[in-house]
Design a protein around this ligand. Structure first.
Ligand code: HEM
Length: 90
């Protein structure tokens, strides 16, 4: 439910790179998704989708495939919402 969503700060997002045992998170229009489970299925390959890891993926995504529905594909991977640095902590 909505109550389990996390408030994610920019510095926390930046640390979720998919490396060092951490999952890869990416934000899309202010919402944060765990993209890790989708990486092996990405038609454009792992290297391409990993460019969006730990950051806002909106611009990259829209440059490559604006017709793909991010929210339909990754809706179950929703982690939470972006908040300013000082509003972090759960
Ligand atoms: C292809 C999903 C991120 C690069 C695709 C396709 C899907 C998809 C469904 C097939 C589209 C089609 O054939 O019409 C996603 C999702 C992403 C994501 C859910 C969420 C993060 C990215 C990023 C990049 C990227 C960040 C680049 C930096 C590509 C490329 C292809 C592709 C180059 C074309 C592959 C080909 O046709 O050979 N992606 N993508 N994707 N994606 Fe992504």
């Amino acid at each position: 439910g909505v109550g389990t969503f996390q408030r994610v700060t920019p510095s926390q997002l930046k640390s979720m790179t998919g490396r060092k045992g951490k999952p890869a998170w990416s934000s899309w229009q202010g919402k944060v998704y765990n993209i890790t489970p989708y990486i092996p299925f990405h038609p454009g390959g792992e290297a391409e989708i990993m460019k969006a890891a730990g950051r806002d993926g909106t611009k990259l995504f829209m440059e490559v495939h604006p017709w793909v529905n991010w929210e339909n594909m990754l809706g179950t991977c929703l982690v939470g919402v972006m908040v300013p640095e000082s509003y972090g902590g759960n």
